[in-house]
Design a protein around this ligand. Structure first.
Ligand code: F6R
Length: 581
């Protein structure tokens, strides 16, 4: 989603803001802007494009001043245009705002302000914040009161940072925002990773709170004006540094990190979650996108091994079911712990007194704060917009979760890690297949049983990274309708390891072959029915297949994006954490 950043310190703000925005660009990247305050005036430059590009053309780095705010946008209200880019400056020119989230009642506020003479230049919801602050400040020239009178009028879920006269404001209503400190430098950021190398201490702001910062002091208040005493924590540095190392893209680096990231799972926290959840009768596993695919795997595994009632639900569709009671729990699966649909679902569960648990990667996230128990996959920072290493770690966590309940080992993680390394060694074979597929417009991906969510994840990666329309289906489902679309130019990927699903899938493959389509088999054995074979290692234990078979398909989606000259780290119109509804 949008990233917001603020700086107040001893140094010129603009180059520091740009450095941080580059790191946070994975959150949203359709336009960029910076405001700084110098000689009592606010200067703003903004434009569509990515940080490096806009910095070069607009010379953002040259903006003077030691106080500044910056933004990278993921459009929600208003097209991707220069004028809609943030920051938005109030009519007086004294207040500049960068915003992440949505102001639901912005039209009403805007119309009221227009009636009393305010002018609006953008189509965004964010511009109302700057002018409402100005309006309230002109009525009561007190910064704290102006913020309180502003937030009381705003409806929606948001966080914003403001240059307000000679102060920097951080305002958080239900969207991530932290303050970071080092020596005399103060940072405000939507994302700790954007500033992690610049700070040594961090304050996590609470929902419905705001802070007023200058070089010497930070004063924090609740939206009702009560003083908040914050605790500062020392910042921990994770296993991943924010660098591509020798890889061309973060996405590729993260795919290659999987043998290692898989071994970083916090088994203790998962065991604790299992212990708690084992007493619960009904489990509702929720997630969005890739994390929902993991929820489907969880449904399969927990249902098969633990004999519990399990439902997998896309977070935005989560609602309270009639039989949900104190014997029910919601387990949210999320890499970021920030996804708005997931947070909203958990809020529903909490409101209804249902246990709320999470399996996540970012332990400082909003979701972590809300849930009663949190299991950590610890796969390290995932910068590539497409989830890769978090997917394998999430699946492995589910296996561990199940193992602890049934008190029996299902997978050997060090061995799995070695199998993944062997897959990655076969990168060249995948590059060859990507050359075959690069001009294809549509691909079907088939899976049966526990492999269906893998097919679904493969289709998602192909859409995201390589912009090929891909659709996942159960192995035998094509014959119930989609057969009519099959011809000699159709490519079908089948997830076909040698386990209980193998023979049935081979029947489907035969039917498909006789209609002319070309088969790409993902399997540990070569079948003569495959036109192309994506080899996965043999294993005496078939339970390992769901954990490893997505890895070559991640590589395939990545190399297709390279073949098609796309930017795999920044797929068009996407953002890493979808923090808005
Ligand atoms: C796909 C992808 C998204 C996320 C989804 C949920 O590659 O990255 O589909 O999986 O937005 O995000 P988290 O897991 O952070 O809640």
């Amino acid at each position: 989603m949008c990233s917001v950043i603020g700086y107040y310190g001893d140094h010129t703000a603009a180059p520091i803001l740009i450095k941080c925005l580059k790191k946070m660009e994975y959150r949203g990247y359709d336009s960029v802007g910076i405001s700084t305050r110098h000689d009592n005036a606010i200067i703003t430059k903004k434009k569509t494009g990515m940080v490096s590009e806009v910095n070069k053309t607009m010379k953002l780095y040259k903006l003077p001043g030691k106080i500044g705010i910056g933004h990278t946008r993921w459009a929600t209200h208003g097209n991707v245009t220069d004028i809609n880019a943030h920051p938005h400056v109030s009519n007086s020119g004294r207040i500049s705002v960068v915003h992440n989230g949505i102001i639901e009642n912005y039209i009403e506020i805007r119309n009221n302000l227009i009636e009393i003479g305010y002018k609006f230049y953008s189509d965004t919801d964010s511009e109302v914040i700057a002018n409402l602050l100005q309006y309230n400040f002109e009525k009561t020239p007190n910064i704290k009161k102006s913020i309180m009178n502003t937030v009381i009028k705003l409806r929606g879920q948001y966080a914003f940072i403001t240059i307000f006269e000679n102060k920097l404001l951080a305002v958080r209503y239900h969207r991530p925002l932290i303050i970071g400190l080092k020596d005399n430098d103060r940072f405000i950021s939507s994302d700790i990773f954007g500033v992690s190398t610049e700070i040594d201490k961090v304050i996590h702001l609470e929902d419905r709170s705001f802070s007023i910062l200058d070089k010497k002091q930070i004063h924090s208040y609740g939206f009702d004006g009560h003083l908040i005493k914050y605790t500062m924590t020392n910042i921990k540095r994770g296993i991943s540094t924010i660098s591509k190392k020798n890889y061309e893209h973060f996405t590729l680096k993260e795919i290659f990190e999987q043998p290692e990231s898989l071994l970083q799972i916090d088994v203790k926290s998962i065991s604790e979650l299992s212990r708690i959840a084992s007493k619960i009768k009904r489990l509702y596993i929720i997630g969005s996108g890739t994390s929902y695919n993991v929820a489907l795997i969880a449904k399969y595994l927990i249902g098969k091994y633990c004999g519990k009632i399990v439902e997998a639900i896309v977070s935005e569709e989560f609602t309270i079911f009639p039989n949900m009671d104190k014997d029910s729990a919601v387990i949210a699966i999320s890499q970021s712990g920030e996804t708005a649909d997931v947070i909203d679902a958990i809020d529903i569960a909490i409101r209804e007194n249902i246990h709320a648990y999470a399996i996540l990667n970012v332990p400082t996230s909003l979701l972590a704060m809300k849930c009663d128990s949190v299991a950590k996959i610890n796969c390290g920072l995932e910068i590539g917009v497409a989830a890769t290493k978090s997917f394998t770690s999430q699946i492995a966590s589910i296996y561990i979760f199940v193992e602890k309940i049934i008190r029996r080992k299902l997978i050997d993680l060090p061995h799995t890690s070695k199998l993944i390394s062997r897959i990655l060694d076969n990168e060249l074979e995948i590059i060859n297949i990507s050359q075959v597929l690069k001009n294809t417009l549509n691909i079907y991906v088939l899976g049966k049983g526990i492999h269906y969510p893998i097919a679904s994840e493969c289709a998602l990666k192909l859409k995201e990274l390589s912009k090929i329309h891909a659709e996942s289906m159960f192995g035998g489902e094509l014959k119930h309708g989609a057969f009519t679309l099959i011809n000699n130019n159709t490519y079908i990927i089948v997830i076909n390891p040698q386990d209980e699903t193998y023979e049935d899938m081979i029947i489907s493959v035969n039917e498909i072959k006789s209609r002319g389509a070309k088969i790409i088999g993902v399997s540990n054995t070569r079948s003569k029915l495959y036109d192309y074979w994506i080899r996965i290692p043999n294993s005496s234990d078939e339970t390992v297949f769901p954990l490893i078979e997505m890895v070559p398909l991640q590589l395939l989606a990545y190399y297709l994006s390279i073949e098609k000259n796309l930017d795999p780290d920044h797929p068009k119109n996407l953002a890493k954490s979808v923090t808005v509804k």
